[in-house]
Design a protein around this ligand. Sequence first.
Ligand SMILES: Cc1ncc(COP(=O)(O)O)c(C=O)c1O
Length: 375
Amino acid sequence: MLPGPTNVPERVMRSMITPMINHRSDDFVELYEDAVEKTKKVFRTDGEAVCLSASGTGAVEASVINLIKKGDKVIIPVNGEFSGRLSQMLEWAGANVIKLETAPGTNAAFDDVKAAFDNNKDVKAFYCVWNETSTGTMINYLDRIKDLTARNDSYYVVDGVSIVGGEELYVDKWGIDVCMTGAQKAFAAPPGISPIVVNKRAKKYMIENPPNTMYFNLSRYFKYYEEAKHTPFTPALPLLYAYREALSMILEEGLDARIRRHRICSQALYSGLSAIGLTPFAKEDARSTVVVALNYLEGLEDKKFRNTLAEKFRVLVAGGFGNLKGKVFRVGCMGEVNKYHVMRTISAISSTLDMMGYKTNPDALRVAEEKLKPL
Ligand SMILES: Cc1ncc(COP(=O)(O)O)c(C=O)c1O
């Protein structure tokens, strides 16, 4: 129940046990083209998709170095570890970064984003971390940003690393120019492949203004794909097999059904864990449907709690980041998550708390079960 890497289905694991192929062969073309086309379906885009052999940070960094030049003005909401890292990358790229900082657990209001656009007519791009994994918050106005970026042709870039495939996303319809994720999160694939999708307009810019770097220079990936459906560098072949298989499973389930499942499971987790007496860290209107962050009860020791949960009940949850270390723990609700995982997690957390001397509520499981009924 980590917010990544998440559980990987047997079928996906097995797909990796295959002889190495030549990445300049027809076998590779069949594999990679299929992975690219399926990626586009999941992001709901007709643009380009590049499946980078890298962790999510690689794809995020690629979005920065291929689009941002010294002196460019960029707006970005910052409310936790990952949006902080992204704004740092933007600064390192030489951007003039306008940070819309809010307290962890909250999101910048849409009106504040709008005001930032009103006050900065020359903004080159809007960047955001859709799901701030470190605090369990999720921006829920992605579909409204297009009206702002359209005003002066600025770019719209979304770090969707911990959420794409688990929540509703329409890259083309919502006017998103660049978006990326990591395979180890809601796609339920092993870590190591991170797709980035780029629309026509952003692609043109990247080709005309390539960065002085080699590995994450996206114009190279576009060129190799256009010429031969290859990647410029040796890809992580076994991981690509797994990635393609995970995408097949996503599309077999159907995106709408998958999103519904994630939403129902997270509602059950919020309700069941609240019934035990735990409180969600994120404010209600900012709560993520894929990462459930909870405040520790008074005196509850992080390490002891998570170790007991892991050793006695074989349930893994994550701790907090930075100054939230020891104050919150995070339950991933991604990928393969289903009724079984939700019920087992709530029951394990409840038993652990009980063992550590806290009073719990036997009704918690019934509360969660009720929420899970539509599944
Ligand atoms: C929102 C977000 N962005 C970026 C990253 C970085 O991904 P990775 O650890 O795969 O490099 C993460 C990882 O959890 C994330 O949640």
